[in-house]
Design a protein around this ligand. Structure first.
Ligand SMILES: Cc1cc2nc3c(=O)[nH]c(=O)nc-3n(C[C@H](O)[C@H](O)[C@H](O)COP(=O)(O)O)c2cc1C
Length: 390
């Protein structure tokens, strides 16, 4: 059973990701992990924080000589900004520390600030926002890079692109090769495969900048090379569509998820939505008329590309703050403002890739198991043979 956890606060010493349950022998490249971290930091519309941080992973457990050893993997990413917060957020209390706090008493609408302060009984929302912050997704992306390394051994790749920024939407299907090319770019604007659409998306972000506003959008994650048979129809919690939906909506600011063409499908007739089934006798394999289901039927992968989307609300922190109430005085006050992103759709797509890779890696290891990569390979090869002989 593959498990992963993250720890760490936005302005703490570091972020940490742990993964337990990986087979021994998965090749791990620090460069690849760091490239994923770099991709998460890109995109037009990011705030000043991303200029401070250049995220670098330190693998401190579970990998030796560039391969997993079957022990839990622990990855640490240091926060450069920590040096500005050592007095405001010390681990150990000391005399005078009270005066050096940077309290947040004017909770920001759309954030965990107020709900978290009530729940944990803090009259300063600082400790809530420190952990609720999407800085945490750095650790998810590091863990996702390890999951991607496992999947890559079996020919499975996971990538993303931006479908919409605000009301500007890409209006054509995307080929896998376009996503592959996009992921190799060393300059990221808004993560669209279509340059003309991307420029229109940039205009939306520029308008948000001009007016002190923020903007959301939609990212799409595609997993390529996925075998039929991951997940199960048998129980509610083994359905892979449900597990992916939870993983995607758990990303900060994601408020909706779409599997395949869910929204269009809901507005169409059944005859236009289901993917017809055909058989290619020459290649002895089943084929499908389309992939509107996003590679999932009955909670089981069907061998087509897996396609899920995340719908992001606009960033909650506004330069032109919204109405709030001061937690101390209960008087009306404008919400707190801290340096903030204006648009994060491409970055959220990279986080979405990590979450999809982690869920797929879990489902893959549930089905094929193995304590060493060789054992997993044998199990997988046996299953592929079964499908071929079907
Ligand atoms: C990659 C990424 C970066 C984000 N950066 C910011 C930010 O700079 N400022 C902000 O207010 N919200 C930011 N958010 C969104 C907040 O984390 C999110 O709105 C907040 O957690 C509340 O939303 P929730 O209810 O979905 O958790 C970011 C989200 C993602 C995915």
């Amino acid at each position: 059973m593959l498990r992963f956890e993250t720890a760490g606060e936005s302005h703490g010493e570091c972020l940490v990701a742990t993964l337990a349950g990986l087979p021994a022998g998965i090749p791990i490249s620090l460069d690849r992990v760091n490239r994923e971290l770099w991709r998460r930091q890109q995109g037009y519309g990011r705030g000043g924080r991303m200029k401070i941080e250049t995220d670098r992973a330190e693998i401190v457990a579970g990998v030796r000589h560039s391969h997993t050893i079957g022990a839990p993997v622990a990855i640490l990413i240091r926060n450069k900004d920590w040096q500005n917060w050592t007095e405001a957020l010390p681990v150990e209390d000391a005399e005078g520390a009270e005066d050096k706090r940077k309290p947040v008493t004017r909770p920001r609408p759309g954030h965990a600030d107020l709900a978290g302060a009530l729940k944990y009984n803090f009259h300063d929302a600082r400790y809530i926002l420190e952990r609720a912050s999407a800085r945490e997704t750095t650790a998810r992306v590091a863990a996702g890079a390890v999951a991607k390394a496992l999947l890559a051994e079996f020919g499975i790749q996971v990538l993303s692109h931006t479908v919409a920024v605000g009301a500007v939407t890409l209006d054509r299907p995307v080929e896998w090769e376009e996503l592959a090319a996009l992921s190799l770019k060393d300059e990221v604007l808004l993560g669209s495969v279509d340059p003309a659409t991307e420029l229109r998306m940039k205009e939306v972000v520029d308008a948000a900048y001009r007016t002190g506003d923020t903007v959301g959008g939609v990212f799409e994650v595609v997993a390529h090379g996925v075998p039929a048979g991951l997940g199960s129809h048998a129980t509610w919690d083994s359905r892979l569509d449900g597990r992916l939906a939870q993983a995607i909506v758990s990303i900060q600011a994601v408020k909706g998820v779409e599997v395949g063409c869910a929204a269009d499908g809901a507005a169409s007739f059944g005859s236009k939505v289901q993917d017809t089934i055909h058989y290619d006798r020459e290649r002895s394999r089943f084929t499908r008329g389309a992939n509107r289901a996003g590679g999932l039927e009955g909670g089981i992968t069907n061998g087509q590309d897996l396609v899920v989307r995340g719908l992001l609300k606009p960033i909650s922190t506004l330069r032109r703050p919204l109405e709030s109430v001061d937690l101390a005085t209960r008087e009306p006050a404008l919400a707190a403002y801290e340096r903030s992103d204006v648009c994060v759709v491409p970055a959220a797509g990279v986080v979405g890739e990590a979450m999809v890779a982690l869920v797929l890696a879990q489902a893959f290891l549930e089905k094929f198991g193995g304590d060493s990569l060789g054992e997993t390979r044998r199990n997988y090869a046996g299953y592929l043979q079964q499908v071929k002989d079907f």
